[in-house]
Design a protein around this ligand. Structure first.
Ligand code: DGY
Length: 323
């Protein structure tokens, strides 16, 4: 799909992206926008080299693509100056290779913070209250009346949520769980989450002034400390990247401990799940949709376009390792 065919700068998007604002921004700045509409979900390095061709000023790519030496060399040969990953994570991008070929790299932080935190909260709730199992039970026509033991789960209020990585998303999730569900908090991060700490302290004071139980919170000195002290250790939620969890060990743990629950948005060997995971009733699994709200995805597309445009036009760009 080609927009503004006579535009001076050739910008490629390896996938159609939500909204039209990003396209309009590029067109307004004299770009010819080419959107790859290839049906297959994951483009190979060869597919992308073919898209880049002989002249390409910038590419907006996706986290499923392997942006390493080969692609940055191809982009640089085509005169490309910018690559923007439509994601906040850039573990699929070899930033050193981009530097080597003089290609600036951008990502899309900020616009997905709350959306991702909301999904993490959704998975926490779905896992603790057994929502998916209960939904399947209803649809199967198995509900024949209220019972005291039917799908009994855990109350979050008063338990301690453990957060590993209290950056933008981790802190937003922690706030939701503390304020929304009156949970205590233990977090681990290399850096002190000062704003989060101030918020939790002030919220605790507010609860105390209303005669309610204040919030207990703590910055842990290790991940192990979080795992030891968090009550919601019985629920594991992963909205970061799949490989942070050993999925084979997880399946075994889920089998041995039916009360242990997990909510996963990402998988070790995405898009696949390790054998056995799909059969586990105590797992809630969703296909990497943490940032999938309309507002966020349109925002990510817009930021990704601005990143590429910024480099072509000489404006500052997000996440440029050279700045
Ligand atoms: C990201 O942005 O890194 C997420 O994984 C997808 O939005």
């Amino acid at each position: 799909e080609v927009w503004n065919p006579n535009g001076k700068y050739r910008v490629i998007s390896t996938k159609p992206m939500p909204g039209t604002r990003w396209i309009n921004l590029l067109i307004e700045q004299d770009c010819r926008v080419e959107i790859c509409t290839e049906k297959k979900t994951i483009l190979s390095v060869e597919d992308i080299i073919a898209l880049i061709g002989n002249k390409c000023d910038g590419v907006i790519g996706q986290l499923t693509e392997d942006w390493g030496d080969t692609l940055f060399a191809a982009l640089s040969r085509a005169g490309g100056k910018a690559f923007s990953n439509m994601a906040v994570g850039y573990n699929n991008v070899d930033v050193n290779a981009a530097n080597k070929y003089g290609v600036a790299v951008g990502n899309t932080p900020g616009v997905l913070t709350e959306t991702t935190a909301e999904l993490a909260a959704s998975l926490s709730l779905a896992a603790s209250r057994r929502i998916v199992e209960a939904d399947e039970f209803m649809r199967a026509g198995l509900y024949d009346g209220w019972l005291p033991h039917l799908f009994v789960g855990n109350l979050l209020k008063g338990q301690t949520v453990g957060v590993i990585g209290a950056g933008r998303i981790g802190s937003a999730y922690a706030r939701m769980m503390v304020e929304g569900f009156k949970m205590n908090l233990i977090y681990y991060d290399l850096y002190q989450a000062t704003r989060l700490e101030k918020f939790v302290t002030a919220y605790g004071e507010f609860l105390k002034s209303n005669g309610e139980q204040p919030v207990y919170w703590k910055r842990a000195s290790s991940m192990d400390e979080v795992l030891r002290e968090a009550d919601v250790e019985a629920i594991l939620v992963n909205c970061s990247r799949g490989p942070v969890v050993d999925e084979v060990a997880l399946v075994e743990h889920l089998k041995q401990n039916p009360m242990f629950r997990v909510g996963l948005d990402v998988f070790e060997d995405e898009p696949f799940m390790k054998p056995g995971l799909a059969e586990m009733k105590n797992a809630v699994v969703v296909p990497h949709i943490a940032s999938a709200s309309k507002w966020t995805r349109e925002g990510m597309a817009t930021l990704a376009a601005l990143n590429v445009l910024g480099k072509i036009k000489g404006y500052p760009i997000w996440g440029d390792p050279n700045q």
